[in-house]
Design a protein around this ligand. Structure first.
Ligand SMILES: [Zn+2]
Length: 240
């Protein structure tokens, strides 16, 4: 059971038939307080919203009904989906973010998030590979929920994808340069995970690599695709 309080945001598009929801996108609020995040998500002026907001104390607000379109994703891509608001549910987590003092997410917050994800996954039959972060779908613009978000915990709860390699072992390959890098092969493997379009430029697009690292190699976010990143990417291919 989960207690959810409904506070209606004006920032949404009403849908009169059942919406096709394929993705869940996780965000952080990036604001100084819970209250200021609530005010922003309810304000007509800012034109932003999300379906859910989870406080650090475990409080859950619903701001937009699941079947309506909330305004949280912006310009974004994932597999063949574009501008993902219409096909997604957005969940905001209270966190000051990189700008105001990035915090560890609280246990209460993550416990509540896991409950919400379980309900939504079942309701819309969402695949684990489509439970993503904002930075995954918009790597050139966004860095949330960031490298402190416990993706591993979601993976262990069967709510996201994740690698199953031994952390100590793969650390030996951190910062080791890949010799004779097969850009084409690696690009394909990355696209297999859902990252799309962002890769039309070059593999060494730093923003993209940082997004991958924030998600799958959280200990070092440097935008350089090293041997450790390669091992992880290779391991993740089991999900395709
Ligand atoms: Zn976001």
């Amino acid at each position: 059971m989960i207690k959810i309080k409904y506070l209606k945001s004006p920032n949404y598009v009403f849908c009169n038939k059942r919406r096709n929801v394929y993705l869940i996108i996780i965000h952080y609020t990036g604001m100084r307080s819970f209250q200021s995040a609530v005010e922003r998500l309810l304000s007509k002026k800012y034109e932003v919203s999300a379906h859910y907001l989870v406080g650090r104390n475990g409080k859950v607000l619903q701001l937009v009904k699941d079947n309506n379109i909330a305004w949280h994703a912006g310009i974004s891509n994932w597999f063949n989906f574009k501008n993902l608001n219409k096909n997604s549910i957005g969940i905001e987590l209270e966190n000051k973010g990189h700008q105001y003092g990035y915090q560890n997410f609280s246990n209460k917050q993550i416990t509540q998030l896991i409950k919400i994800l379980r309900i939504l996954k079942k309701k819309f039959k969402i695949k684990n590979i489509n439970i993503t972060g904002h930075s995954d779908i918009a790597p050139n613009r966004k860095i949330d929920p960031g490298e402190k978000f416990p993706w591993k915990k979601l993976y262990k709860n069967n709510l996201a994808i994740g690698h199953s390699l031994d952390e100590k072992f793969i650390k030996n390959f951190r910062l080791k340069k890949i010799i004779n890098i097969n850009k084409k092969g690696i690009t394909k493997m990355i696209k297999n995970l859902g990252y799309s379009r962002v890769l039309t430029a070059t593999l060494l697009d730093k923003n993209f690599i940082k997004a991958f690292q924030r998600r799958h190699r959280q200990q070092l976010i440097n935008g350089i695709f090293d041997q450790e990143c390669y091992l992880i990417l290779n391991n993740l291919q089991k999900f395709i």
